[in-house]
Design a protein. Structure first.
Length: 437
């Protein structure tokens, strides 16, 4: 849970940076470009009024009385030019327009109206056009004045600003990311410590949570410790009661077994059944399958211990037990439960086999597979095998409760057990545990 929460917090911070920085960059860049256009329009208006102040007409020709215009209008390729036309023809153009490939736009304006607009030709131009009635003594002439500026003059400072802004935003982004990472690790450090302590609890390295946590997690820590303490007390109480029960029953059973009547087949069978049932109920009650807290238990050392004991028991039969279990696999549960499950299955496999027993352990999900090369189990009898008291072999030992214990233990872990035919020739027992095991 802690890791999942930390991951969500990190993703939220990352996506906020990913969203806010580009959107802020675009907003500032667009605002700057809008300001450039406003400044360009104001600049062209100044040039327009300068031309109007010097404008005169003599014999149907436009003249400027002095050189009050900006030097850009006299320098070719300056990027700024001016045009004056009437309704039919071009009357005047500045020297800077001689090399400029610009065609007058076809705009219809009423006298006194002006228009700032983009004209797209071979290249783009921003044009300020104004229509007026020029009074030349006895006559009035309709004129249109166009002040033209190449868009490139706006793009150059715009691109320079974008590069500078991008450099700043990259620096700001790196700084914010570093601060976010520091804040992320600082705020999630308690969750990391809590996760590490929980893992130690699962591995059996400690019995409760011991570290200090912020007030938000302190209540969780106290509740978990109370839960663990209560579980341990209940488990110990159950075990004490079971130990007392086993001790109380041990003496009466022993007395009955020493009686001459106990040698009668009917009484001996019933005493053996009572002994087996007591053993079964004790093992069932002491099972940890329903524990709220399950510790991680390395599987391979237990297998080595168990197979070592079975080799001694069946040394005369010489049946090797092949084990396929990686060292890293762990079982989340009680050691006694796992030993009981594997002990019964492997013991039955050793009894039934001819020459070979195989045990395979996998994880994700945790799975146990026990196989042998014995006679196998008929399909119509497989389900009966898990019923208490049912024995499908011909061995004298046992009373048919081993596999019923296994089935109940497996069920307590919400796992499943199935019987099928093994490639070795005998039976194959497959125990499948839940994915979250």
């Amino acid at each position: 849970m802690a890791l999942s929460l930390k991951l969500r917090q990190g993703l939220v911070s990352f996506f906020l940076l990913l969203l806010l920085l580009p959107s802020s960059f675009v907003a500032i860049e667009q605002a700057f470009y809008t300001q450039l256009l406003t400044n360009a329009e104001q600049k062209l208006e100044v040039h327009l009024y300068a031309i109007l102040s010097e404008l005169s007409m003599r014999e149907d020709k436009i003249e400027l009385t002095n050189n009050a215009l900006a030097p850009d209008f006299y320098r070719p390729d300056s990027g700024i030019s001016a045009y004056i036309n009437d309704e039919q023809r071009l009357l005047w153009q500045s020297d800077s327009s001689l090399n400029q490939q610009f065609e007058l736009p076809n705009v219809e304006l009423i006298p006194g109206q002006h228009l700032f607009h983009l004209v797209s030709q071979q290249q783009n131009f921003w044009v300020l056009s104004i229509a007026l009635l020029f009074d030349a003594g006895e006559q009035t002439f309709p004129l249109t004045i166009h002040i033209v500026q190449a868009e490139q003059m706006l793009l150059l400072p715009h691109q320079s600003f974008k590069r500078t802004l991008l450099q700043w935003f990259i620096g700001i982004g790196i700084g914010l990311l570093a601060l976010s990472l520091l804040a992320y690790y600082w705020t999630t450090a308690p969750l990391t410590r809590l996760d590490q302590e929980i893992r130690k609890l699962e591995q059996g390295k400690q019995e409760q949570l011991n570290l200090s946590y912020p007030s938000e997690l302190k209540v969780i820590k106290e509740d978990l410790n109370l839960l663990l303490a209560n579980q341990n007390r209940q488990k110990q109480r159950y075990r004490n009661h079971l130990s007392d029960l086993a001790h109380a029953l041990k003496t009466p059973i022993a007395v009955l077994n020493t009686s001459a009547l106990s040698q009668q087949p009917e009484l001996k069978e019933q005493l053996d059944r009572i002994t087996a049932m007591i053993e079964h109920q004790l093992k069932r009650a002491s099972s940890s399958g329903q524990d709220i807290w399950k510790k991680e238990l390395p599987v391979r050392p237990l297998l080595d211990k168990l197979t070592g004991a079975l080799h001694k028991i069946y040394r005369d039969k010489a049946c090797p037990i092949s084990i396929d279990c990686p060292e890293h696999i762990q079982f989340r549960g009680d050691e006694t439960d796992l030993m009981e499950i594997l002990g019964n299955l492997l013991d039955n496999a050793c009894k039934a086999c001819q020459h070979q027993v195989k045990l395979t352990v996998t994880d994700k999900p945790f799975c146990l597979i026990v196989e042998d090369d014995g006679p196998g189990i008929a399909e119509h009898k497989r389900q009966q095998l898990f019923n208490r008291g049912t024995r499908l072999d011909t061995y004298k030992e046992g009373h048919g409760v081993g596999l019923s214990i296994v089935a109940e233990l497996v069920s307590s872990y919400s796992a499943t057990i199935t019987i099928s035919d093994s490639p070795l020739g005998g039976a194959r027992f497959t125990l499948q545990f839940p994915l979250e095991q």
